[in-house]
Write a protein that binds this ligand. Structure first.
Ligand code: SF4
Ligand code: SF4
Length: 461
């Protein structure tokens, strides 16, 4: 049921794929830590303002009604994940997943304070001393600091980070802000410092279902057993044929660098996160032995079995499943983009007053009462004119235009009225009407926009 965790002392590795992984660590972290500090038109460029239910993303001001865009983004992320996984396996896990990125950062700190694999193993096995105490304390302090800074940055996406920083310095954080900074900070510290590969092996659902997206043409990290076996130690000058040896010198370095502690020579395993550390280290060994690189490499099962060349493998990328995912992805991206470009800079919601369905007022006019919510999704103050149509003589009781500040929303109560003769001509019952809300252009170079919202008008018996 439960296996005690065996501590993994991953060895440091350098090489082409390690450089890519670090490039992605830098790119994702510069974006994550930097974005909340970026100002745009006098406000944070990206802010998810939950209390006022507004989401600012550069020029965009989104309301809860724009939830469809978030849904679109999630669908795009899912399809992109399917597409990349089908083509090249666990690219996401190996290079961009936050668990990988933070584990990489935390391991870097660990290596710089406690040393590489052999020194860490020695330190852990040694009895407590001043040297061990300060190194362990310094590592934990650095991990906690990174965790808390990450938690602070995360909350900075929901509360303007500059005022959040001021509140931290003045010990004036609200209870929820404090809770989320600690929660997210401790989650980062726990996942990247302590749990590490356990998250990928036992907690991440993607590790379990990604194999259904694999086929025989998916690029995976594989050990070329045909070339590598039989394994064994030897000198550089050893005649491999005479000694009946393959190219694997059985140095075990591919296992020592593996952050999940597996031996890729045993074949594809779900624990493999596709980080390519074993490729880098094995290529280094091959260089030293003056064997060709690529004993462990990105390859496809079909490519390995049939000894396909790179060009043949690239050709096989464009198979029906990949083309299908690609087309759906393109379609959804296109639809989302068009919908964003055509998005109205204001929104209107009509709510009928349920308390007063319909009443007869002065001179026999029939009146219905409504509330309109106007949301100005632009970055400047706007003026709106509300009219109604759909019944003869239909008029609103509004005397003036409505002004709404930038990114503000306002409820406007209003009544619609029809003269008695019109009410008699259409007869009692429910009749369709339309509210026409026109955004009045502030200047000649600004186009006015109109939005029409349907509702009903009740004429009593
Ligand atoms: S690093 Fe390469 S040579 Fe060394 S054990 Fe692994 S596969 Fe064999
Ligand atoms: S087997 Fe290789 S690619 Fe897979 S997790 Fe281990 S080091 Fe990374």
């Amino acid at each position: 049921m439960y296996q005690a965790q065996k501590k993994i002392y991953a060895r440091a590795v350098s090489g082409w794929f390690a450089r890519w992984r670090w490039a992605l660590v830098w790119a994702t972290q510069i974006i994550f830590y930097g974005l909340p500090w970026l100002q745009w038109a006098g406000r944070p460029a990206v802010l998810f303002d939950l209390p006022s239910r507004r989401f600012y993303v550069f020029n965009l001001v989104l309301y809860p009604q724009d939830f469809i865009y978030l849904t679109g983004l999630l669908i795009i992320s899912a399809y992109a994940l399917f597409l990349f996984t089908t083509v090249a396996g666990r690219l996401w896990c190996g290079y961009a997943c936050p668990q990988t990125v933070y584990t990489e950062i935390f391991m870097w700190v660990e290596r710089h304070i406690e040393g590489d694999r052999p020194r860490r193993q020695k330190l852990d096995a040694a009895p407590w001393s001043l040297n061990k105490l300060w190194r362990k304390t310094a590592k934990q302090a650095a991990w906690i600091a990174i965790g808390l800074w990450t938690g602070f940055t995360f909350v900075g996406y929901f509360t303007p980070i500059r005022s959040l920083g001021g509140a931290v310095l003045a010990f004036g954080l609200g209870p929820w802000e404090l809770f989320w900074i600690l929660f997210y900070g401790l989650a980062t510290y726990g996942n990247a410092g302590w749990l590490r590969e356990q998250v990928c092996k036992y907690m991440c659902p993607y590790a379990r279902f990604q194999s259904v997206m694999f086929d025989r043409d998916t690029l995976i990290i594989s050990y070329d057993a045909e070339r590598g076996d039989p394994r064994g130690t030897r000198g550089r000058k050893t005649d491999l044929k005479a000694a009946n040896l393959g190219h694997c010198i059985d140095c075990g370095l591919c296992v020592e660098v593996c952050p999940t502690g597996i031996d890729i020579r045993n074949g594809l395993q779900y624990e493999c996160i596709g980080c390519a550390a074993c490729i880098d280290v094995c290529n280094g060994v091959m260089d030293k032995m003056q064997y060709p690189r690529g004993l462990i490499r990105y390859d496809t099962l079909e490519g390995m079995d049939k000894h396909l060349g790179r060009a043949q493998e690239i050709k096989r990328i464009f198979r029906p499943r990949v083309i299908g995912y690609g087309l759906v992805l393109l379609l959804i991206c296109g639809a989302l983009l068009v919908s964003l470009l055509m998005r109205s800079p204001f929104r209107v919601d009509v709510v009928r007053d349920r308390g007063v369905l319909s009443r007869v007022v002065d001179d026999g006019w029939v009146e219905n009462v409504y509330r309109l919510q106007l949301m100005n999704a632009s970055e400047s103050e706007q003026r709106y004119r509300i009219t109604a149509r759909g019944l003869p003589g239909l008029a609103t009781d509004l005397k003036t235009d409505i002004e709404i500040g930038s990114a503000q929303a306002r409820w406007v109560p209003l009544a619609l009225r029809v003269p008695p003769e019109a009410a008699a001509s259409v007869g009692p019952g429910s009749h369709g009407v339309e509210f026409v809300v026109e955004r009045i252009a502030a200047s000649a170079d600004e186009a006015s926009r109109t939005q029409v919202e349907k509702s009903t008008f009740m004429v009593p018996r």
